[in-house]
Design a protein around this ligand. Sequence first.
Ligand SMILES: NC(=O)c1ccc[n+]([C@@H]2O[C@H](COP(=O)([O-])OP(=O)(O)OC[C@H]3O[C@@H](n4cnc5c(N)ncnc54)[C@H](OP(=O)(O)O)[C@@H]3O)[C@@H](O)[C@H]2O)c1
Length: 241
Amino acid sequence: MSALQPVQFSSLPRDGVAVVFGASGGVGAALVENLRAGDGFSHVMALSRRSEPAFDLTDEASIARAVADVARHGELRLVIDATGFLHDETQGPEKSLRDLDAGKLARAFALNAIGPALLMKHVLPALAPTGKAVFATLSARVGSIGDNHLGGWYGYRASKAALNQFVRTAAIELNRRRPSAICVALHPGTVRTQLSDPFGKDGLEVQTPQTSAARLLGVIDGLSADQSGSFFDHLGSPIPW
Ligand SMILES: NC(=O)c1ccc[n+]([C@@H]2O[C@H](COP(=O)([O-])OP(=O)(O)OC[C@H]3O[C@@H](n4cnc5c(N)ncnc54)[C@H](OP(=O)(O)O)[C@@H]3O)[C@@H](O)[C@H]2O)c1
């Protein structure tokens, strides 16, 4: 077990608001725990489908309401989207083209790409207007097209690739309006959560959510504005698109 190491942010102006969307998830809960153990923010807000305010990725009005609510607490310095979907009792990663199903693919895109894009639509204009501010969304290395040597997992891969394109495109627009703000996609590594539980992890470094969260926050602290629109792993190494 790894001990909790609160990240001491040196690059983000102090006393702003930090928000984690998807705080009920394995990595999301660990991000909240780490942020709350530190003293860099006036408020650390943990949002999920069951929080107050609640949001659902498939309901844009709930996203808009949640963003407006958190922005009332102060300047939004750090917003992390830790939502994501790989499997549930009705669907899981496809091994073959034979397994593709339009409804299941649409669901993967709705949860992994369209929902986070709508989050960006509402969050990016609400970020603190001056100084460093960060929006980071949790993507996945398997969403990298350049790094895809194994195949399979069509819907998850393709929806995360779409998410990456949304991040890149939104970062370009954000830079025109708020050059000191940052929008990135981050890969948390292989993390022991319900999302990864059913799958083999041979040869992979498997982390606790706490270790992943501490690493991700460290990466965020180290980001500079010229790195906006990029895709990094939990150690801060760039991942090919
Ligand atoms: N774990 C890994 O090894 C790994 C590897 C690579 C990338 N990632 C990525 O890292 C992120 C976090 O993964 P995790 O392992 O922490 O997964 P997780 O424990 O399954 O958490 C997923 C989160 O997404 C939320 N969510 C799902 N559907 C939603 C909806 N319709 N509206 C609002 N929220 C919704 C869940 O909320 P509920 O609690 O309400 O369901 C939960 O908070 C994901 O983007 C995942 O793809 C994880």
